[in-house]
Design a protein around this ligand. Structure first.
Ligand code: AMP
Length: 597
Protein backbone atom coordinates (compact mmCIF):
# COMPACT_ATOMS: atom_id res chain seq x y z
CA UNK A 1 0.00 0.00 0.00
CA UNK A 2 1.79 3.11 -1.12
CA UNK A 3 -0.58 6.08 -1.00
CA UNK A 4 -1.62 7.60 2.30
CA UNK A 5 -5.11 6.73 3.43
CA UNK A 6 -7.75 9.33 2.72
CA UNK A 7 -11.21 9.36 4.21
CA UNK A 8 -12.78 8.75 0.82
CA UNK A 9 -10.48 5.96 -0.30
CA UNK A 10 -12.46 2.72 -0.06
CA UNK A 11 -9.36 0.56 -0.45
CA UNK A 12 -8.10 1.67 2.89
CA UNK A 13 -11.51 1.16 4.34
CA UNK A 14 -11.27 -2.46 3.17
CA UNK A 15 -7.91 -2.92 4.82
CA UNK A 16 -8.99 -1.31 8.03
CA UNK A 17 -12.06 -3.55 8.17
CA UNK A 18 -9.96 -6.49 7.39
CA UNK A 19 -7.41 -5.93 10.12
CA UNK A 20 -10.09 -5.21 12.64
CA UNK A 21 -12.40 -8.03 11.57
CA UNK A 22 -10.00 -10.64 12.95
CA UNK A 23 -8.60 -8.32 15.63
CA UNK A 24 -12.14 -7.58 16.80
CA UNK A 25 -12.46 -11.22 17.68
CA UNK A 26 -9.67 -10.71 20.19
CA UNK A 27 -6.86 -12.50 18.35
CA UNK A 28 -3.28 -11.59 19.18
CA UNK A 29 -0.84 -9.90 16.84
CA UNK A 30 1.16 -13.03 15.95
CA UNK A 31 -2.00 -14.75 14.73
CA UNK A 32 -3.23 -11.67 12.86
CA UNK A 33 0.14 -11.54 11.11
CA UNK A 34 -0.13 -15.18 10.05
CA UNK A 35 -3.69 -14.69 8.75
CA UNK A 36 -2.69 -11.65 6.79
CA UNK A 37 0.26 -13.51 5.27
CA UNK A 38 -2.12 -16.27 4.22
CA UNK A 39 -4.32 -13.70 2.51
CA UNK A 40 -7.40 -14.29 4.66
CA UNK A 41 -9.39 -11.11 4.34
CA UNK A 42 -12.14 -11.65 6.87
CA UNK A 43 -13.38 -14.32 9.27
CA UNK A 44 -15.95 -16.81 8.02
CA UNK A 45 -19.27 -16.93 9.91
CA UNK A 46 -18.23 -19.93 12.01
CA UNK A 47 -15.00 -18.17 12.93
CA UNK A 48 -16.83 -14.99 13.87
CA UNK A 49 -19.08 -16.91 16.19
CA UNK A 50 -16.76 -19.53 17.61
CA UNK A 51 -13.54 -17.64 18.26
CA UNK A 52 -14.69 -15.26 21.05
CA UNK A 53 -16.30 -17.93 23.28
CA UNK A 54 -13.38 -20.30 22.69
CA UNK A 55 -10.92 -17.57 23.65
CA UNK A 56 -12.96 -17.07 26.80
CA UNK A 57 -12.42 -20.73 27.62
CA UNK A 58 -15.99 -21.91 27.05
CA UNK A 59 -17.00 -25.33 25.83
CA UNK A 60 -18.51 -25.31 22.38
CA UNK A 61 -20.81 -27.47 20.29
CA UNK A 62 -20.57 -26.40 16.67
CA UNK A 63 -22.42 -27.68 13.66
CA UNK A 64 -20.17 -27.04 10.72
CA UNK A 65 -19.01 -29.05 7.75
CA UNK A 66 -15.69 -29.01 5.93
CA UNK A 67 -15.29 -25.85 3.92
CA UNK A 68 -16.76 -23.50 6.53
CA UNK A 69 -13.39 -22.56 8.00
CA UNK A 70 -14.01 -24.60 11.15
CA UNK A 71 -10.38 -25.66 11.52
CA UNK A 72 -9.21 -22.07 11.99
CA UNK A 73 -12.26 -21.48 14.21
CA UNK A 74 -10.81 -23.81 16.83
CA UNK A 75 -7.10 -23.69 15.96
CA UNK A 76 -6.72 -19.92 16.41
CA UNK A 77 -8.15 -19.77 19.96
CA UNK A 78 -6.23 -22.89 20.98
CA UNK A 79 -2.99 -21.34 19.78
CA UNK A 80 -3.77 -18.10 21.53
CA UNK A 81 -4.51 -19.92 24.78
CA UNK A 82 -1.19 -21.77 24.75
CA UNK A 83 0.69 -20.67 27.84
CA UNK A 84 3.72 -18.49 27.07
CA UNK A 85 5.85 -20.52 29.41
CA UNK A 86 5.83 -23.97 27.84
CA UNK A 87 8.80 -25.71 29.33
CA UNK A 88 6.82 -28.86 30.04
CA UNK A 89 6.78 -31.35 27.21
CA UNK A 90 3.21 -32.58 27.52
CA UNK A 91 0.58 -31.27 25.11
CA UNK A 92 -1.88 -28.58 26.18
CA UNK A 93 -4.27 -29.30 23.31
CA UNK A 94 -5.48 -32.54 21.83
CA UNK A 95 -7.51 -32.62 18.61
CA UNK A 96 -9.15 -35.92 17.72
CA UNK A 97 -10.01 -36.43 14.06
CA UNK A 98 -11.44 -39.41 12.17
CA UNK A 99 -8.78 -39.90 9.52
CA UNK A 100 -5.10 -39.76 8.80
CA UNK A 101 -5.78 -37.32 5.98
CA UNK A 102 -7.55 -34.92 8.30
CA UNK A 103 -4.87 -35.32 11.00
CA UNK A 104 -2.29 -34.10 8.50
CA UNK A 105 -4.49 -31.28 7.23
CA UNK A 106 -5.39 -30.01 10.68
CA UNK A 107 -1.84 -30.10 11.96
CA UNK A 108 -0.66 -28.24 8.87
CA UNK A 109 -3.28 -25.58 9.63
CA UNK A 110 -1.98 -25.31 13.21
CA UNK A 111 1.55 -24.96 11.84
CA UNK A 112 0.58 -22.20 9.46
CA UNK A 113 -1.39 -20.19 12.00
CA UNK A 114 0.96 -20.81 14.92
CA UNK A 115 4.26 -20.18 13.15
CA UNK A 116 5.03 -16.93 14.94
CA UNK A 117 4.04 -18.37 18.29
CA UNK A 118 6.49 -21.23 17.88
CA UNK A 119 3.75 -23.81 18.32
CA UNK A 120 4.96 -27.39 18.29
CA UNK A 121 2.33 -29.48 16.53
CA UNK A 122 2.38 -33.22 16.00
CA UNK A 123 0.00 -35.35 13.95
CA UNK A 124 -0.24 -38.92 15.14
CA UNK A 125 -2.09 -41.54 13.19
CA UNK A 126 -1.94 -45.19 12.33
CA UNK A 127 0.27 -46.20 9.45
CA UNK A 128 3.13 -43.90 10.34
CA UNK A 129 6.10 -45.57 12.03
CA UNK A 130 5.47 -45.26 15.74
CA UNK A 131 9.17 -44.59 16.43
CA UNK A 132 9.06 -41.19 14.77
CA UNK A 133 6.01 -40.26 16.83
CA UNK A 134 7.70 -41.45 20.02
CA UNK A 135 10.73 -39.26 19.38
CA UNK A 136 8.62 -36.22 18.63
CA UNK A 137 6.45 -36.76 21.70
CA UNK A 138 9.58 -37.18 23.76
CA UNK A 139 10.95 -33.83 22.59
CA UNK A 140 7.80 -32.07 23.73
CA UNK A 141 4.75 -30.87 21.83
CA UNK A 142 2.03 -28.29 22.41
CA UNK A 143 -0.71 -29.61 20.16
CA UNK A 144 -1.37 -33.21 19.22
CA UNK A 145 -3.73 -33.95 16.34
CA UNK A 146 -4.57 -37.63 16.42
CA UNK A 147 -6.84 -40.38 15.20
CA UNK A 148 -8.46 -41.99 18.25
CA UNK A 149 -6.97 -45.47 17.78
CA UNK A 150 -3.38 -44.32 17.62
CA UNK A 151 -3.91 -41.77 20.40
CA UNK A 152 -5.12 -44.58 22.66
CA UNK A 153 -2.09 -46.70 21.74
CA UNK A 154 0.20 -43.93 22.89
CA UNK A 155 -1.80 -43.32 26.04
CA UNK A 156 -1.53 -47.01 26.90
CA UNK A 157 2.23 -46.95 26.32
CA UNK A 158 2.52 -43.90 28.52
CA UNK A 159 4.01 -41.92 25.65
CA UNK A 160 1.07 -39.54 25.30
CA UNK A 161 0.35 -37.95 28.65
CA UNK A 162 -2.85 -35.96 28.93
CA UNK A 163 -2.28 -34.45 32.39
CA UNK A 164 -1.45 -30.97 31.06
CA UNK A 165 -4.34 -30.77 28.59
CA UNK A 166 -6.30 -27.54 28.70
CA UNK A 167 -8.45 -28.26 25.63
CA UNK A 168 -9.75 -31.30 23.79
CA UNK A 169 -11.34 -30.90 20.36
CA UNK A 170 -13.48 -33.59 18.75
CA UNK A 171 -13.41 -32.68 15.07
CA UNK A 172 -15.88 -34.28 12.66
CA UNK A 173 -17.37 -36.08 15.63
CA UNK A 174 -20.15 -37.69 13.59
CA UNK A 175 -17.56 -39.24 11.29
CA UNK A 176 -15.63 -40.57 14.27
CA UNK A 177 -18.73 -42.21 15.72
CA UNK A 178 -19.61 -43.64 12.32
CA UNK A 179 -16.18 -45.19 12.13
CA UNK A 180 -16.67 -46.97 15.41
CA UNK A 181 -14.44 -44.73 17.51
CA UNK A 182 -17.05 -44.06 20.23
CA UNK A 183 -15.39 -46.25 22.85
CA UNK A 184 -11.93 -44.97 22.03
CA UNK A 185 -13.12 -41.39 22.44
CA UNK A 186 -14.70 -42.19 25.80
CA UNK A 187 -11.50 -43.88 26.96
CA UNK A 188 -9.35 -40.94 25.86
CA UNK A 189 -11.62 -38.39 27.56
CA UNK A 190 -11.37 -40.42 30.76
CA UNK A 191 -7.62 -39.82 30.74
CA UNK A 192 -7.99 -36.07 30.21
CA UNK A 193 -8.19 -33.73 33.19
CA UNK A 194 -11.76 -33.07 34.35
CA UNK A 195 -11.03 -29.33 34.36
CA UNK A 196 -10.64 -28.69 30.67
CA UNK A 197 -12.23 -27.01 27.72
CA UNK A 198 -14.03 -29.40 25.38
CA UNK A 199 -14.96 -28.48 21.84
CA UNK A 200 -17.06 -30.60 19.53
CA UNK A 201 -17.52 -29.95 15.84
CA UNK A 202 -19.80 -32.09 13.76
CA UNK A 203 -21.42 -31.72 10.35
CA UNK A 204 -24.61 -33.30 11.62
CA UNK A 205 -26.07 -33.38 15.11
CA UNK A 206 -27.79 -36.73 15.48
CA UNK A 207 -28.89 -37.97 18.92
CA UNK A 208 -25.59 -39.76 19.51
CA UNK A 209 -23.65 -36.54 19.13
CA UNK A 210 -26.06 -34.84 21.48
CA UNK A 211 -25.43 -37.64 23.98
CA UNK A 212 -21.69 -37.22 23.65
CA UNK A 213 -22.04 -33.47 24.13
CA UNK A 214 -24.29 -33.81 27.16
CA UNK A 215 -21.84 -36.15 28.79
CA UNK A 216 -18.61 -34.32 28.10
CA UNK A 217 -19.37 -30.65 27.51
CA UNK A 218 -20.22 -28.16 30.24
CA UNK A 219 -22.70 -25.45 29.40
CA UNK A 220 -21.47 -25.32 25.80
CA UNK A 221 -21.94 -22.40 23.48
CA UNK A 222 -24.00 -23.80 20.62
CA UNK A 223 -23.27 -22.63 17.11
CA UNK A 224 -24.99 -23.56 13.92
CA UNK A 225 -23.85 -21.80 10.82
CA UNK A 226 -26.92 -22.59 8.85
CA UNK A 227 -29.28 -20.35 10.77
CA UNK A 228 -30.89 -17.97 8.39
CA UNK A 229 -33.10 -19.73 5.99
CA UNK A 230 -33.32 -17.57 2.94
CA UNK A 231 -36.75 -17.51 1.48
CA UNK A 232 -36.87 -19.79 -1.52
CA UNK A 233 -36.98 -17.75 -4.65
CA UNK A 234 -35.18 -14.84 -3.09
CA UNK A 235 -31.98 -15.81 -4.78
CA UNK A 236 -31.91 -14.85 -8.43
CA UNK A 237 -32.97 -17.33 -11.06
CA UNK A 238 -29.66 -18.61 -12.15
CA UNK A 239 -28.61 -21.93 -13.61
CA UNK A 240 -26.62 -23.50 -10.82
CA UNK A 241 -24.23 -26.36 -11.31
CA UNK A 242 -21.59 -28.03 -9.24
CA UNK A 243 -18.60 -30.13 -10.19
CA UNK A 244 -16.92 -32.51 -7.78
CA UNK A 245 -13.21 -32.46 -8.41
CA UNK A 246 -10.05 -33.43 -6.57
CA UNK A 247 -8.01 -30.47 -5.37
CA UNK A 248 -5.09 -31.18 -7.69
CA UNK A 249 -7.32 -31.07 -10.75
CA UNK A 250 -9.11 -27.85 -9.88
CA UNK A 251 -7.19 -25.43 -12.12
CA UNK A 252 -7.61 -27.75 -15.11
CA UNK A 253 -11.27 -28.32 -14.25
CA UNK A 254 -11.91 -24.59 -14.04
CA UNK A 255 -10.30 -24.09 -17.44
CA UNK A 256 -12.29 -26.92 -18.97
CA UNK A 257 -15.61 -25.77 -17.57
CA UNK A 258 -15.01 -22.19 -18.68
CA UNK A 259 -13.94 -23.34 -22.13
CA UNK A 260 -17.22 -25.19 -22.54
CA UNK A 261 -19.37 -22.46 -20.97
CA UNK A 262 -17.59 -19.70 -22.92
CA UNK A 263 -18.76 -16.84 -20.70
CA UNK A 264 -18.81 -13.27 -21.95
CA UNK A 265 -17.38 -12.22 -18.62
CA UNK A 266 -16.96 -14.26 -15.46
CA UNK A 267 -15.97 -13.69 -11.89
CA UNK A 268 -14.16 -16.47 -10.07
CA UNK A 269 -14.32 -16.28 -6.28
CA UNK A 270 -11.42 -17.55 -4.19
CA UNK A 271 -10.93 -17.73 -0.46
CA UNK A 272 -7.65 -15.86 -0.10
CA UNK A 273 -5.41 -13.36 -1.87
CA UNK A 274 -2.82 -16.04 -2.29
CA UNK A 275 -5.23 -18.21 -4.21
CA UNK A 276 -6.41 -15.24 -6.28
CA UNK A 277 -2.87 -14.50 -7.41
CA UNK A 278 -2.04 -18.13 -8.13
CA UNK A 279 -5.21 -18.75 -10.10
CA UNK A 280 -4.92 -15.54 -12.10
CA UNK A 281 -1.52 -16.67 -13.24
CA UNK A 282 -2.77 -20.15 -14.12
CA UNK A 283 -5.72 -18.83 -16.10
CA UNK A 284 -3.58 -16.38 -18.01
CA UNK A 285 -1.34 -19.31 -18.86
CA UNK A 286 -4.41 -21.05 -20.26
CA UNK A 287 -5.10 -18.19 -22.61
CA UNK A 288 -7.69 -16.31 -20.59
CA UNK A 289 -7.41 -12.61 -20.04
CA UNK A 290 -7.67 -12.88 -16.29
CA UNK A 291 -7.31 -10.08 -13.77
CA UNK A 292 -6.87 -10.35 -10.01
CA UNK A 293 -8.93 -8.29 -7.60
CA UNK A 294 -8.31 -8.42 -3.87
CA UNK A 295 -8.18 -6.25 -0.80
CA UNK A 296 -4.41 -5.91 -0.99
CA UNK A 297 -4.64 -3.76 -4.12
CA UNK A 298 -4.86 0.02 -4.19
CA UNK A 299 -8.06 1.69 -5.33
CA UNK A 300 -6.31 2.78 -8.49
CA UNK A 301 -5.29 -0.76 -9.36
CA UNK A 302 -8.79 -1.97 -8.65
CA UNK A 303 -10.33 0.70 -10.87
CA UNK A 304 -8.00 -0.26 -13.68
CA UNK A 305 -9.01 -3.90 -13.40
CA UNK A 306 -12.69 -3.04 -13.43
CA UNK A 307 -12.16 -0.83 -16.44
CA UNK A 308 -10.52 -3.69 -18.34
CA UNK A 309 -13.40 -6.01 -17.53
CA UNK A 310 -16.06 -3.46 -18.55
CA UNK A 311 -14.30 -2.69 -21.83
CA UNK A 312 -13.91 -6.35 -22.64
CA UNK A 313 -10.10 -6.27 -22.50
CA UNK A 314 -10.33 -8.80 -19.70
CA UNK A 315 -12.84 -11.64 -19.56
CA UNK A 316 -12.12 -13.18 -16.21
CA UNK A 317 -12.00 -11.53 -12.82
CA UNK A 318 -10.46 -13.59 -10.03
CA UNK A 319 -11.47 -12.08 -6.72
CA UNK A 320 -11.94 -12.45 -3.00
CA UNK A 321 -15.32 -11.75 -1.42
CA UNK A 322 -14.12 -8.61 0.28
CA UNK A 323 -12.73 -7.06 -2.90
CA UNK A 324 -15.77 -7.93 -4.97
CA UNK A 325 -18.28 -6.61 -2.48
CA UNK A 326 -20.65 -4.13 -4.05
CA UNK A 327 -19.47 -4.70 -7.62
CA UNK A 328 -22.14 -4.53 -10.25
CA UNK A 329 -20.85 -5.63 -13.61
CA UNK A 330 -23.35 -5.61 -16.37
CA UNK A 331 -21.42 -7.90 -18.71
CA UNK A 332 -21.15 -10.66 -16.14
CA UNK A 333 -22.66 -13.95 -17.31
CA UNK A 334 -20.97 -16.42 -14.97
CA UNK A 335 -20.06 -16.61 -11.31
CA UNK A 336 -17.65 -19.37 -10.38
CA UNK A 337 -16.98 -20.50 -6.83
CA UNK A 338 -13.48 -21.92 -7.02
CA UNK A 339 -14.16 -23.31 -3.54
CA UNK A 340 -17.47 -23.92 -1.87
CA UNK A 341 -18.29 -20.66 -0.05
CA UNK A 342 -17.88 -20.86 3.70
CA UNK A 343 -21.57 -20.19 4.36
CA UNK A 344 -24.82 -20.37 2.40
CA UNK A 345 -25.30 -16.60 2.83
CA UNK A 346 -22.03 -16.01 1.04
CA UNK A 347 -23.13 -18.29 -1.80
CA UNK A 348 -26.37 -16.38 -2.23
CA UNK A 349 -24.49 -13.11 -2.18
CA UNK A 350 -21.99 -14.25 -4.79
CA UNK A 351 -24.45 -15.68 -7.27
CA UNK A 352 -26.52 -12.51 -6.92
CA UNK A 353 -23.94 -10.90 -9.20
CA UNK A 354 -25.45 -12.57 -12.23
CA UNK A 355 -28.95 -13.01 -13.48
CA UNK A 356 -29.85 -9.47 -12.54
CA UNK A 357 -32.65 -7.59 -14.19
CA UNK A 358 -33.88 -10.60 -16.07
CA UNK A 359 -30.49 -11.37 -17.61
CA UNK A 360 -29.45 -14.96 -17.88
CA UNK A 361 -26.83 -16.08 -15.41
CA UNK A 362 -24.86 -19.17 -14.56
CA UNK A 363 -23.36 -20.09 -11.20
CA UNK A 364 -20.72 -22.79 -11.09
CA UNK A 365 -19.23 -24.30 -7.96
CA UNK A 366 -16.15 -26.48 -7.85
CA UNK A 367 -16.27 -28.67 -4.76
CA UNK A 368 -13.75 -31.12 -3.44
CA UNK A 369 -15.26 -34.50 -2.62
CA UNK A 370 -15.19 -33.65 1.07
CA UNK A 371 -17.15 -30.47 0.46
CA UNK A 372 -20.07 -32.21 -1.17
CA UNK A 373 -22.05 -31.94 2.03
CA UNK A 374 -21.65 -28.16 2.06
CA UNK A 375 -23.29 -28.03 -1.37
CA UNK A 376 -26.24 -29.96 -0.01
CA UNK A 377 -26.53 -27.52 2.88
CA UNK A 378 -26.53 -24.60 0.47
CA UNK A 379 -29.25 -26.27 -1.57
CA UNK A 380 -31.35 -26.73 1.52
CA UNK A 381 -30.92 -23.18 2.71
CA UNK A 382 -31.53 -21.54 -0.66
CA UNK A 383 -34.28 -23.95 -1.61
CA UNK A 384 -32.68 -24.26 -5.05
CA UNK A 385 -31.13 -27.15 -6.86
CA UNK A 386 -27.45 -27.26 -7.66
CA UNK A 387 -27.09 -29.85 -10.39
CA UNK A 388 -23.97 -31.93 -10.08
CA UNK A 389 -22.47 -32.20 -13.54
CA UNK A 390 -19.63 -34.23 -14.93
CA UNK A 391 -16.47 -32.33 -15.77
CA UNK A 392 -16.54 -32.02 -19.56
CA UNK A 393 -14.33 -34.57 -21.29
CA UNK A 394 -11.81 -33.76 -24.00
CA UNK A 395 -14.39 -34.95 -26.54
CA UNK A 396 -17.02 -32.60 -25.04
CA UNK A 397 -14.56 -29.77 -25.31
CA UNK A 398 -13.77 -30.57 -28.93
CA UNK A 399 -17.46 -30.68 -29.80
CA UNK A 400 -18.06 -27.40 -28.03
CA UNK A 401 -15.18 -25.67 -29.81
CA UNK A 402 -16.49 -26.83 -33.16
CA UNK A 403 -19.92 -25.49 -32.24
CA UNK A 404 -18.40 -22.13 -31.40
CA UNK A 405 -16.55 -22.01 -34.70
CA UNK A 406 -19.75 -22.88 -36.52
CA UNK A 407 -21.63 -20.13 -34.68
CA UNK A 408 -18.90 -17.63 -35.52
CA UNK A 409 -19.04 -18.60 -39.21
CA UNK A 410 -22.82 -18.32 -39.27
CA UNK A 411 -22.59 -14.87 -37.77
CA UNK A 412 -20.01 -13.87 -40.31
CA UNK A 413 -22.13 -15.21 -43.16
CA UNK A 414 -25.12 -13.23 -41.98
CA UNK A 415 -23.42 -9.99 -41.16
CA UNK A 416 -20.02 -9.44 -42.63
CA UNK A 417 -19.19 -7.87 -45.91
CA UNK A 418 -17.31 -10.80 -47.38
CA UNK A 419 -16.76 -9.38 -50.85
CA UNK A 420 -13.12 -8.50 -50.33
CA UNK A 421 -12.38 -12.23 -49.93
CA UNK A 422 -14.30 -13.29 -53.03
CA UNK A 423 -11.23 -13.11 -55.22
CA UNK A 424 -9.48 -15.74 -53.08
CA UNK A 425 -12.37 -18.15 -53.21
CA UNK A 426 -12.87 -17.70 -56.92
CA UNK A 427 -9.24 -18.24 -57.79
CA UNK A 428 -9.02 -21.32 -55.56
CA UNK A 429 -12.21 -22.71 -57.05
CA UNK A 430 -10.42 -23.15 -60.37
CA UNK A 431 -8.13 -25.59 -58.71
CA UNK A 432 -10.21 -27.11 -55.85
CA UNK A 433 -13.67 -28.22 -55.11
CA UNK A 434 -15.66 -25.51 -53.27
CA UNK A 435 -16.32 -27.77 -50.29
CA UNK A 436 -12.58 -28.37 -49.97
CA UNK A 437 -11.98 -24.62 -50.01
CA UNK A 438 -14.61 -24.11 -47.34
CA UNK A 439 -13.11 -26.88 -45.20
CA UNK A 440 -9.67 -25.32 -45.30
CA UNK A 441 -11.09 -21.92 -44.40
CA UNK A 442 -13.05 -23.40 -41.49
CA UNK A 443 -9.93 -25.17 -40.26
CA UNK A 444 -7.97 -21.93 -40.23
CA UNK A 445 -10.78 -20.07 -38.53
CA UNK A 446 -11.10 -22.81 -35.93
CA UNK A 447 -7.40 -22.88 -35.18
CA UNK A 448 -7.24 -19.13 -34.94
CA UNK A 449 -10.12 -19.11 -32.44
CA UNK A 450 -8.20 -20.94 -29.77
CA UNK A 451 -5.85 -23.73 -28.84
CA UNK A 452 -6.49 -27.23 -30.06
CA UNK A 453 -7.50 -29.97 -27.69
CA UNK A 454 -4.39 -32.00 -28.39
CA UNK A 455 -2.64 -31.09 -25.16
CA UNK A 456 -5.75 -31.61 -23.09
CA UNK A 457 -5.78 -34.45 -20.63
CA UNK A 458 -8.86 -36.10 -19.22
CA UNK A 459 -9.76 -34.90 -15.74
CA UNK A 460 -10.73 -37.85 -13.56
CA UNK A 461 -14.37 -37.94 -12.51
CA UNK A 462 -14.77 -38.29 -8.76
CA UNK A 463 -17.48 -40.50 -7.38
CA UNK A 464 -19.18 -39.07 -4.34
CA UNK A 465 -21.15 -40.92 -1.82
CA UNK A 466 -24.52 -39.53 -0.96
CA UNK A 467 -24.46 -37.16 1.98
CA UNK A 468 -25.88 -38.71 5.06
CA UNK A 469 -28.16 -36.00 6.32
CA UNK A 470 -31.35 -37.40 7.70
CA UNK A 471 -29.93 -40.86 7.80
CA UNK A 472 -31.69 -42.94 10.42
CA UNK A 473 -29.63 -43.04 13.54
CA UNK A 474 -29.89 -46.75 14.25
CA UNK A 475 -30.20 -48.03 10.73
CA UNK A 476 -29.86 -51.73 10.28
CA UNK A 477 -27.20 -52.97 7.95
CA UNK A 478 -29.64 -53.40 5.13
CA UNK A 479 -30.62 -49.74 5.29
CA UNK A 480 -27.19 -48.67 4.28
CA UNK A 481 -26.95 -50.93 1.35
CA UNK A 482 -28.92 -48.95 -1.11
CA UNK A 483 -32.21 -50.67 -0.65
CA UNK A 484 -30.86 -54.20 -0.49
CA UNK A 485 -32.97 -56.51 1.58
CA UNK A 486 -31.95 -56.52 5.24
CA UNK A 487 -29.94 -59.56 6.03
CA UNK A 488 -30.70 -61.51 9.10
CA UNK A 489 -28.70 -64.24 10.78
CA UNK A 490 -25.05 -64.45 11.71
CA UNK A 491 -22.28 -63.23 9.53
CA UNK A 492 -18.56 -63.65 9.61
CA UNK A 493 -15.66 -61.90 7.98
CA UNK A 494 -13.42 -63.37 5.36
CA UNK A 495 -9.84 -62.14 5.19
CA UNK A 496 -8.36 -61.68 1.71
CA UNK A 497 -4.66 -60.91 1.51
CA UNK A 498 -4.96 -58.30 -1.24
CA UNK A 499 -5.93 -54.70 -0.76
CA UNK A 500 -5.71 -51.27 -2.23
CA UNK A 501 -2.06 -51.63 -3.19
CA UNK A 502 -3.07 -54.46 -5.48
CA UNK A 503 -5.72 -52.20 -6.97
CA UNK A 504 -8.58 -54.09 -5.35
CA UNK A 505 -11.94 -52.33 -5.36
CA UNK A 506 -15.21 -53.46 -3.75
CA UNK A 507 -16.63 -54.42 -7.12
CA UNK A 508 -13.66 -56.76 -7.72
CA UNK A 509 -14.41 -58.61 -4.51
CA UNK A 510 -18.13 -58.77 -5.17
CA UNK A 511 -17.38 -59.96 -8.70
CA UNK A 512 -14.98 -62.66 -7.54
CA UNK A 513 -17.33 -63.93 -4.85
CA UNK A 514 -20.47 -63.99 -6.95
CA UNK A 515 -18.51 -65.52 -9.81
CA UNK A 516 -17.18 -68.36 -7.68
CA UNK A 517 -20.18 -69.12 -5.48
CA UNK A 518 -23.93 -69.25 -5.59
CA UNK A 519 -24.15 -65.95 -3.75
CA UNK A 520 -25.47 -62.81 -5.24
CA UNK A 521 -24.23 -59.30 -4.46
CA UNK A 522 -26.92 -58.66 -1.90
CA UNK A 523 -25.71 -61.52 0.28
CA UNK A 524 -22.41 -59.78 0.77
CA UNK A 525 -22.20 -57.41 3.70
CA UNK A 526 -19.65 -54.77 4.55
CA UNK A 527 -16.46 -54.62 2.54
CA UNK A 528 -13.38 -53.00 3.96
CA UNK A 529 -10.35 -52.46 1.84
CA UNK A 530 -7.08 -51.68 3.56
CA UNK A 531 -3.73 -51.14 1.91
CA UNK A 532 -2.64 -54.74 2.03
CA UNK A 533 -5.78 -56.75 2.71
CA UNK A 534 -9.54 -56.71 2.58
CA UNK A 535 -12.29 -57.97 4.83
CA UNK A 536 -15.62 -59.08 3.46
CA UNK A 537 -18.65 -59.85 5.57
CA UNK A 538 -20.63 -62.91 4.46
CA UNK A 539 -23.29 -65.13 6.05
CA UNK A 540 -21.67 -67.73 8.36
CA UNK A 541 -23.33 -70.60 6.50
CA UNK A 542 -21.60 -69.84 3.22
CA UNK A 543 -18.21 -68.69 4.51
CA UNK A 544 -16.49 -71.96 3.62
CA UNK A 545 -17.92 -71.90 0.14
CA UNK A 546 -16.68 -68.33 -0.32
CA UNK A 547 -13.21 -69.21 1.00
CA UNK A 548 -12.87 -72.28 -1.21
CA UNK A 549 -14.17 -70.37 -4.20
CA UNK A 550 -11.78 -67.46 -3.75
CA UNK A 551 -8.80 -69.73 -3.11
CA UNK A 552 -9.44 -71.38 -6.43
CA UNK A 553 -9.59 -68.12 -8.34
CA UNK A 554 -7.66 -64.91 -8.79
CA UNK A 555 -8.48 -61.30 -7.91
CA UNK A 556 -7.01 -58.62 -10.13
CA UNK A 557 -4.98 -61.40 -11.72
CA UNK A 558 -3.41 -62.45 -8.46
CA UNK A 559 -3.75 -65.36 -6.09
CA UNK A 560 -4.58 -64.25 -2.59
CA UNK A 561 -4.44 -65.70 0.88
CA UNK A 562 -8.04 -66.29 1.88
CA UNK A 563 -9.22 -67.34 5.30
CA UNK A 564 -11.76 -66.69 7.97
CA UNK A 565 -10.83 -63.51 9.78
CA UNK A 566 -9.00 -64.79 12.85
CA UNK A 567 -10.70 -62.51 15.30
CA UNK A 568 -14.07 -63.61 14.08
CA UNK A 569 -17.15 -61.45 13.89
CA UNK A 570 -16.37 -57.83 14.60
CA UNK A 571 -13.00 -58.62 16.10
CA UNK A 572 -11.33 -57.58 12.89
CA UNK A 573 -12.01 -54.01 14.03
CA UNK A 574 -8.82 -54.04 16.02
CA UNK A 575 -6.83 -54.80 12.97
CA UNK A 576 -7.82 -51.42 11.58
CA UNK A 577 -6.63 -49.73 14.68
CA UNK A 578 -3.28 -48.98 13.15
CA UNK A 579 -2.35 -48.51 9.56
CA UNK A 580 -5.62 -49.07 7.94
CA UNK A 581 -8.44 -48.01 10.10
CA UNK A 582 -8.94 -44.72 8.43
CA UNK A 583 -9.13 -46.37 5.06
CA UNK A 584 -12.66 -47.37 5.88
CA UNK A 585 -13.94 -43.95 5.16
CA UNK A 586 -14.57 -45.21 1.69
CA UNK A 587 -12.66 -42.57 -0.17
CA UNK A 588 -12.29 -44.92 -3.08
CA UNK A 589 -15.35 -46.95 -2.56
CA UNK A 590 -17.44 -45.10 -5.09
CA UNK A 591 -20.97 -46.23 -5.53
CA UNK A 592 -20.38 -49.68 -4.21
CA UNK A 593 -19.23 -48.69 -0.81
CA UNK A 594 -20.74 -50.47 2.10
CA UNK A 595 -19.74 -49.26 5.47
CA UNK A 596 -20.47 -50.35 8.93
CA UNK A 597 -20.36 -48.82 12.31
P1 AMP B 1 -12.06 -25.92 6.76
O1 AMP B 1 -13.56 -25.72 6.76
O2 AMP B 1 -11.48 -25.71 8.10
O3 AMP B 1 -11.68 -27.22 6.15
O4 AMP B 1 -11.41 -24.75 5.87
C1 AMP B 1 -11.66 -24.65 4.50
C2 AMP B 1 -10.62 -23.80 3.77
O5 AMP B 1 -10.86 -22.41 3.99
C3 AMP B 1 -9.18 -24.03 4.14
O6 AMP B 1 -8.47 -24.18 2.94
C4 AMP B 1 -8.75 -22.78 4.85
O7 AMP B 1 -7.40 -22.50 4.60
C5 AMP B 1 -9.64 -21.73 4.26
N1 AMP B 1 -10.01 -20.65 5.18
C6 AMP B 1 -10.39 -20.78 6.47
N2 AMP B 1 -10.70 -19.58 6.99
C7 AMP B 1 -10.55 -18.66 6.01
C8 AMP B 1 -10.75 -17.23 5.93
N3 AMP B 1 -11.17 -16.53 6.97
N4 AMP B 1 -10.46 -16.63 4.75
C9 AMP B 1 -10.02 -17.35 3.70
N5 AMP B 1 -9.84 -18.69 3.70
C10 AMP B 1 -10.09 -19.34 4.85
Amino acid sequence: MSSAPTPTDPTHAVDADEASAFADLGLRAELLGALSALGYEEPTPIQREAIPPLLAGRDLLGQAATGTGKTAAFALPLLQRMPDDRRGGDPVSLVLVPTRELAVQVSEAFHRYGKDLGARVLPIYGGQPIGRQLRALDMGVDVVVATPGRALDHIARGTLRLGALATVVLDEADEMLDMGFAEDIEAILEHAPAQRQTVLFSATLPARIDGLARKHLTDPQRIQIERERTVAGEAPRVRQSGYIVARGHKPAALGRVLDVESPTAAIVFCRSREEVDRLTETMNGRGYRAEALHGGMSQEQRDRVMGRLRSGTADLLVATDVAARGLDIEQLTHVVNYDVPSAPESYVHRIGRVGRAGREGVAITLAEPREHRMLKTIERVTGQRITIDKIPTVADLRTRRLELTQAALRESLLEDDLDSFRVIVESLSDEFDMVEVALAAVKLAHEAAGPTTEDEEEIPQVAVRAPREGRPEAAGRGDRRGGARPRTGDTTQVFIGLGRRAGVRPQDLVGAITGETGLNGRDIGSIEIADRFSLVEVPVGVADEVITGLRGSTIKGRKATVRRDRDGEGGGERRFEGADRQERRGRDFGGDRRDRR
